[in-house]
Ligand binder design. Structure first.
Ligand code: GLC
Length: 650
C-alpha cells in the first residue's frame, strides 16, 4: 500500500520542480536577485503545506495544476507589488515572529465614520489612541458596499475600493503607514465568506454569466436548498427564513447565510480561492498587519451537516496562511469564530490563525456578573484557556456584535445549572426581563419558536450605569463603574491581546435612535454602535465623572499590563480561590508571579490567606492595582467588585 503522506510529499516536491522554473521564467527579471532569492526560499519552505491543503481541496479536479500555478503566479505578482517598507517589515517580523504576544499590545476597535468621520479624521485622532496606549487598531469594514443596508459594511462590493464617504485606498495605505510610525498595527477584516450582491462578480452572475454564477452557490429550484436546510440552523433568523434567497431575474436560489444581500462564495470552485487570495494580498499590501478572518465557520458547506466548522474550512484558511507566509509574511490571521468553544480552538494554530477572538471569555464575564458566581467561568477557562505555543487570544468584553451565549453546556451543568434555563435567565437578565437586574440591553435575533436570543447593549448600560443614572442612585452608579472595570481588568490581564471597543473607555451608554433610521432599524446591534461622543471624551480627565472614573481606571490597568513583562505571553493558570464569587488566576514568568483576584459580587468577600500562600504568595503582599501593601494572616478581604493584582514583596 502506498503511504499517503509519502505520496503527497513526493507529489509536492515534483510539482515544485515543475512549477518553480515557470514562475522564475515569468517573474525573475522583474526584481533584484537577492530579494528574489529570499522570496523563492520562502516559497520553497511554505509550498509543501500549501500543496497538501490545495490537493485535499481540489486535487481531484482535472485542471488542478493549472490552478496551482495560478496560485503561485498570483502570490508572486502580489509580492512584487508589495511596497519596500512592507518588505522590510516582513523581514522584521520574520526575525520576531511572535511580536503579537508582547504585553505592549493593546487593541481597540471602531467604525471609522462613527469614531472620526472619515480616514482623515481618524489620522487626527491618533493622539487619542496613543494616550490610551493603543498599539493595535481594528477598523470595522470600510470598503465600498451597498447604500442603505450593508450589515455595517460586512457586505463588501469591492475589496479594492474604500467607501467614498470615508476616503480612498491611497488614504488608507497612508493611514496604515502613519499608524505604524506611531507603533500601531492596522487590523482590517477579510470578509471572505460572502460578497455583497453589488460586487462585480455578483453583478455578472446576475446578468446571467455562468462563470461568475459558479463563484457563488446557487440552485435552480428548492430541491438542494431544502435538502441542506434539513440539517442547518438559521443564523440571522429575523432577516429571512433558512439560508437561501430567491433571485427571480436569474431564477436561482442563492446561498445567503447572513443577510439576503450577502452572497456566500463557493470555495468548491478553485477559481474563487485564487481570486480571493489576490484580494487578501492586496489588503496586506496596503499595510494591514492583522487580517480578521470574518465568519470562518461558514465557508464550506456539505449536505447532511450543519454546514459549520467543516474540515475544508480549516484547509482553506491554512492554504491562505501558507500564501501569506510566502508573499506577505508580516501578516497575521485572527479568526472570528463565534461558535462552541471546542470549535473556536480548532481554528487556532501557527499554520492557521495564530490569533482568535475569545467569545467564551467575553460571554462568561457577563454570565458571572449576572450570577455573581464564577464557577462556570473558572471551569471553562481551566479547560480551554491554554493555546498552542506562539498563539494568543484576542480578549474583549464588548464589540460591534451581540453577546451570544457560546459556552459549553457541560461547563454550565458542572456548576449545577440547566443550560437551556441558564441561557433564558441570562437573556432575561440582560434585556429587561428581570426587574432587579442592573442591566439595560436589548434582544438580538430572538427566535420565537425556540425562545433563543442573543443580547445587544453597550458595556456601561449592561453593567448598570444607565439604570443608576435614570434612578439617580449614587451607590448603584458606583457599582456599575466597578463592574465595568472588573471585567475589563480580567480581560486585559488574563493573557492575550485586550481589545477595547472604543466608547467603552468613556462609559458610553446605549443609543436608542437606531430604530428611527431605516438603514439600521430592526437590527438591535446598532444600540451599541453610536457616534463617538467627543464631548463626553473631554470628561476623561475629570475623575469625579463616570466617564472619567472609567477612563482613568482602565488606563491604570492598561499601564499595569504594559509595564509588567509577566503579562506578556506567559503561563496563565486559572485557580480555585475557595470562594465561588471570586475568580482568580496566576501569571508567571521566570521568577515573577502575580495573582489576580476578581470579586464578581456586590458584597465584600473573604479568602483564606493560607490558600494564597499555597499559590506562592506571602503574608505581606503588594496589590499592584491599588498600589498598596496588604497583610493577610488569616483572611484576605475583598471589597465589592474589587480587582486585586497581588505580588510578593521582592
Ligand atoms: C461577522 C461580523 C458581523 C457580521 C457577520 C457577517 O460575524 O462580526 O457583524 O454580521 O460576520 O459578515
Amino acid at each position: 500500500m502506498v503511504d499517503d503522506t509519502q505520496w503527497l510529499e513526493e507529489q509536492s516536491a515534483e510539482s515544485l520542480r515543475r512549477l518553480l522554473p515557470r514562475i522564475e521564467a515569468r517573474f525573475r527579471d522583474s526584481t533584484d536577485p537577492v530579494e528574489w532569492e529570499t522570496y523563492t526560499n520562502r516559497l520553497r519552505r511554505h509550498f509543501p503545506p500549501l500543496f497538501q491543503r490545495l490537493h485535499a481541496l481540489y486535487g481531484t479536479s482535472y485542471d488542478f495544476f493549472y490552478h496551482l500555478e495560478g496560485v503561485l503566479a498570483s502570490a508572486t505578482e502580489m509580492w512584487l507589488a508589495r511596497p519596500a517598507e512592507l518588505k522590510a517589515l516582513d523581514a522584521l517580523r520574520e526575525a520576531d515572529p511572535f511580536w503579537y504576544t508582547s504585553n505592549r499590545l493593546v487593541g481597540a476597535t471602531c467604525y471609522v465614520d462613527r469614531f472620526a468621520g472619515d480616514i482623515e479624521g481618524l489620522r487626527e485622532r491618533i493622539p487619542y489612541l496613543s494616550e490610551l496606549g493603543i498599539t493595535y487598531l481594528h477598523l470595522m469594514p470600510l470598503f465600498k458596499s451597498p447604500k442603505g443596508d450593508n450589515d455595517g459594511g460586512y457586505a463588501v462590493s469591492s475589496y479594492r475600493e474604500i467607501d467614498p464617504e470615508l476616503g480612498t485606498m491611497e488614504q488608507l495605505a497612508e493611514l496604515a503607514t502613519e499608524l505604524r510610525h506611531h507603533g500601531i498595527s492596522l487590523v482590517l477584516d477579510f470578509v471572505f465568506n460572502h460578497t455583497s450582491d453589488e460586487h462585480e462578480w455578483a453583478r455578472r452572475a446576475f446578468a446571467g454569466d455562468k462563470e461568475h454564477q459558479a463563484y457563488y452557490r446557487m440552485f435552480p429550484d428548492r430541491q438542494m436548498p431544502d435538502a441542506f436546510e434539513r440539517t442547518m440552523p438559521e443564523v440571522f433568523t429575523e432577516d429571512h427564513p433558512g439560508a437561501f434567497t430567491y433571485q427571480p431575474r436569474i431564477k436561482r436560489w442563492v446561498w445567503t447565510t447572513f443577510h439576503t444581500y450577502q452572497w456566500d462564495l463557493n470555495y468548491e470552485n478553485p477559481e474563487v480561492f485564487n481570486r480571493m487570495l489576490e484580494e487578501m494580498l492586496f489588503l496586506a499590501n496596503q499595510g494591514v498587519e492583522v487580517l480578521r478572518l470574518d465568519a470562518v465557520a461558514f465557508i464550506w458547506k456539505r449536505l447532511g451537516t450543519n454546514c459549520q466548522n467543516l474540515p475544508e474550512a480549516h484547509w482553506i484558511i491554512q492554504a491562505f496562511n501558507s500564501v501569506v507566509n510566502i508573499a506577505a509574511p508580516a501578516t497575521v490571521f485572527k479568526s472570528e469564530a463565534i461558535v462552541h468553544p471546542d470549535e473556536v480552538r480548532k481554528y487556532v494554530g501557527l499554520h492557521e490563525c495564530p490569533l482568535s477572538y475569545n467569545p467564551e471569555l467575553m460571554a462568561l464575564l457577563w454570565e458571572a456578573l449576572a450570577t455573581r458566581d464564577v464557577r462556570v467561568l473558572r471551569t471553562a477557562m481551566q479547560r480551554g484557556f491554554v493555546l498552542p505555543d506562539g498563539c494568543d487570544w484576542v480578549n474583549y468584553v464588548r464589540c460591534h456584535d451581540d453577546i451570544g451565549w457560546v459556552f459549553s453546556d457541560d461547563d454550565v451543568r458542572t456548576a449545577g445549572f440547566d443550560p437551556v434555563e441558564h441561557r433564558r435567565f441570562l437573556n432575561r437578565f440582560f434585556t429587561g426581563g428581570s426587574p432587579d437586574s442592573f442591566a439595560r440591553g436589548a434582544p438580538f435575533q430572538e427566535d420565537p419558536r425556540t425562545g433563543e436570543a442573543r443580547v445587544s447593549g453597550a458595556c456601561a448600560s449592561l453593567a448598570g450605569l444607565e439604570r443608576a443614572l435614570a434612578e439617580e442612585d449614587e451607590e448603584a452608579l458606583d457599582l456599575a463603574i466597578r463592574r465595568t472595570l472588573l471585567i475589563h481588568g480580567v480581560m486585559i490581564l488574563i493573557g492575550g491581546i485586550p481589545l477595547l471597543y472604543l466608547g467603552d473607555e468613556i462609559a458610553t451608554l446605549n443609543d436608542y435612535n437606531y430604530d428611527d433610521d431605516p438603514e439600521t432599524a430592526g437590527d438591535s446591534r446598532w444600540i451599541h454602535r453610536p457616534m463617538f461622543d467627543w464631548q463626553r471624551a473631554e470628561l476623561r480627565r475629570d475623575g469625579s465623572s463616570a466617564p472619567g472614573r472609567v477612563y482613568q481606571g482602565l488606563l491604570r490597568i492598561i499601564q499595569l499590563r504594559r509595564q509588567n513583562p509577566v503579562f506578556a505571553r506567559s503561563e496563565t493558570e486559572i485557580v480555585e480561590t475557595g470562594n465561588q464569587h471570586v475568580f482568580g488566576f496566576l501569571r508567571s514568568r521566570e521568577e515573577s508571579i502575580v495573582f489576580v483576584l476578581a470579586n464578581f459580587s456586590e458584597r465584600a468577600q473573604k479568602l483564606e490567606a493560607r490558600r494564597l500562600r499555597q499559590m506562592g504568595m506571602r503574608k505581606t503582599m503588594v496589590d499592584l492595582h491599588a498600589g498598596r501593601v496588604i497583610t493577610a494572616t488569616q483572611e484576605l478581604e475583598m471589597e465589592p467588585y474589587q480587582l486585586m493584582v497581588l505580588t510578593r514583596v521582592a
